[in-house]
Write a protein that binds this ligand. Structure first.
Ligand code: F6R
Length: 605
């Protein structure tokens, strides 16, 4: 969703601001804008539409050694030139860019209106610019603090003032802000993706923290002006991690990244000596792990589907009751929080507002939450009591692929670890370790079948709707397969447990409605064959994702995956479905990396 970039240094910052905005495009946005300060004058250029259009129409006079910029995802007021950020005060002296939502914006607008201030946009952000301009205080940071004390809600902001042309003031409350330390220049962003071409030295602000950023450095403090002592740390990400290389789409690159990504998730975490997994970030002793009675996994969208597969891994390997629930529903249904339950929050971006809300709700009621997160330093990674990073590398394409398989891999490690402090024997531990170690090469084998998957995708791309079915371990794979197809190809798809077909959806089976069936060679194979027969008998087209052909005349096409340990099968079974959705989307000419209406990180409810 929205993105922030800022620069203060000795050279013209506008090229960096535009490049930074381009690097944040993947998050999804509807408008963009830039503000720059030169010779004590603030100039703003902003418009609805793409960053490239804003860059191409940028007047030459918008330059300066200090500037802020933004990509907006509309919340208060529709996408339009006037609602785009930056927003300014009436005199055009103060400029603000803002991610998040100011909840008392209506009250603040009324208050400003009563004081004679004319607001020009529909946004919540504009109130901030007026509040800062009207606040008392000698320094810009005092005025920003005074304004923020009147504000309720979530924000990540960057502020500049034409009268103080050597500094940007930034603040964070529930929406990320990161500083990049350069040589005689400083960068500001809401996502390290915008910075890593220029510096690896970064400072992640905490909630409730502000910073004054000048060309020579930064100073961090709290809303009540207490200094905080922050030092820069190095991020292990470079510009290459955000490049799509020779691929046409980030999505295809990220599907292809999976052997290396899964390897990264496993690196240093397998312990052959004790046939277990080591998860440094878990921060729970064997005694504490043994006292866990249940596991509850929370996440949204694909992260929730990964949670369903994760719960199955934990139940089957560690023999602990486990389930998953959409974080967006959990937080609002007054859930009973049990201190003997281990809550696990899953999020690729670490910024999903619904998942973060669920984490805070669980913690408020006295239980601890473990984060399973990809983005280092993100809000959920900071808010959770302990955590396991995916180490999948940045995921740029809106639809999740490698984060899904790496989350399943983390759950396999967690299940192994929980199992080995409970009842799982060393033989099973070694068996699972061998299965995990084999995954990267097996994923390569699946990727080598891409040409065939693309042909099959061509055959189903013309359908207006598709079913995805699977049982037990195959069901979360079917859910995720349907999710991928609908979000990037816009072909309507629904997932059902294969056992449920005959209870209703079978009525829809016709020769024009394809069914994709997840049918591993496991204890459910015979039962799955029954479901396939029910579809075939009604003339339905069948694509099977399987370890071998599921039976004579039962599938029109088969997407083969290598055998793994049965518990780990969902990891491999998911990959042909990613390729299937990708090639269907390409065949249909869709915007694969930025599907309509979707954003990479959903920072609003
Ligand atoms: C689907 C997809 C979304 C996300 C969901 C949660 O491809 O990307 O369903 O999985 O919005 O996002 P994170 O994992 O960032 O919390």
């Amino acid at each position: 969703m929205c993105g922030i970039v800022g620069y203060v240094g000795k050279q013209d910052g506008v090229p960096f601001l535009l490049e930074g905005l381009q690097r944040l495009e993947y998050r999804g946005y509807d408008s963009a804008g830039v503000a720059a300060v030169k010779n004590g004058t603030l100039r703003v250029h902003k418009a609805e539409g793409r960053v490239r259009a804003v860059a191409e129409s940028l007047p030459k006079r918008v330059t300066g050694t200090l500037g802020i910029a933004h990509t907006r995802w509309a919340t208060h007021g529709p996408p339009s030139d006037v609602n785009s950020h930056p927003h300014c005060d009436t005199e055009g002296r103060v400029a603000v860019v803002h991610n998040g939502i100011i909840e008392n914006a209506v009250i603040l607008r009324d208050m400003l209106h009563a004081e004679g201030v004319e607001l020009v946009s529909d946004t919540d952000t504009e109130v901030l610019a007026h509040l800062i301009a009207r606040a008392e205080g000698d320094e810009l940071d005092d005025r920003v603090r005074a304004a923020l004390q009147q504000v309720e809600g979530a924000y990540g902001i960057a502020v500049c003032d034409a009268g103080v042309p050597d500094r940007i003031v930034v603040a964070r409350n529930g929406s990320p802000v990161v500083l990049g330390v350069g040589n005689g220049e400083m960068f500001v962003a809401s996502d390290v993706a915008a910075l890593v071409r220029h510096t690896q030295q970064v400072v992640f602000l905490e909630d409730g923290e502000l910073a004054t950023v000048t060309a020579d450095g930064f100073r961090t403090f709290t809303l009540d002006a207490q200094f905080t002592n922050k030092v820069a740390t190095a991020v292990e990400l470079s510009d290459d991690d955000y490049s799509r290389g020779l691929h046409t789409h980030y999505l295809r690159k990220e599907i292809g990244d999976q052997p290396e990504a899964v390897h990264g998730t496993l690196r240093g975490r397998l312990d052959h000596r004790f046939a277990t997994a080591r998860l440094g970030g878990l921060e729970l002793s064997a005694r504490e792990l043994r006292s866990i009675r249940r596991v509850k996994i929370l996440g949204c969208g694909s992260a929730y589907y990964a949670g369903i597969a994760g719960a199955q891994l934990i139940e089957s390997i560690a023999r602990l009751p486990a389930d998953a629930e959409p974080a967006s529903e959990f937080r609002y249904r007054a859930p009973v929080i049990d201190p003997e339950t281990l809550y696990v929050a899953v999020s690729q971006s670490g910024e999903t507002a619904d998942t973060l809300g669920a984490v805070l709700e669980v913690q408020r009621k006295g239980a601890r939450v473990l984060g399973v997160v990809n983005a280092v330093g993100s809000s959920i990674a900071s808010a959770t009591d302990s955590g396991v990073y995916l180490h999948a590398g940045p995921e740029v394409s809106v639809a999740s692929t490698k984060a899904f398989t790496c989350t399943l891999t983390v759950f396999a490690l967690l299940a192994l670890h929980l199992g080995r402090v409970r009842d799982l024997g060393p033989g099973d531990g070694e068996r699972l370790i061998a299965g995990l170690e084999a995954l990267p090469d097996q994923i390569d084998e699946i990727l080598a079948t891409e040409e065939h998957v693309a042909e099959v995708a061509g055959r189903i791309a013309g359908a207006t709707s598709a079913f995805f079915i699977g049982r037990v371990r195959g069901f979360p794979v079917a859910l995720e397969g349907a999710q991928k197809l609908k979000e990037i190809s816009y072909v309507h798809a629904e997932a059902y447990p294969a056992s449920e077909l005959k209870h209703g959806p079978l009525a829809l089976i016709t020769p024009t409605l394809p069914t994709v069936a997840v049918v591993p060679d496991d204890e459910m194979l015979d039962k799955n064959r029954n479901a396939l027969q029910q579809v075939a008998a009604r003339g339905g087209r069948l694509v099977a994702v399987a370890h071998g052909h599921p039976g004579e005349g039962l599938a029109d096409d088969v997407l083969l995956v290598p055998r793994s340990e049965p518990e780990l099968d969902p990891i491999l079974l998911s990959i042909p479905l990613q390729l299937l959705a990708y090639h269907a989307a390409v065949a249909l000419g869709r915007d694969v990396d930025q599907p309509r209406n979707l954003a990479k990180s959903v920072t609003v409810e």
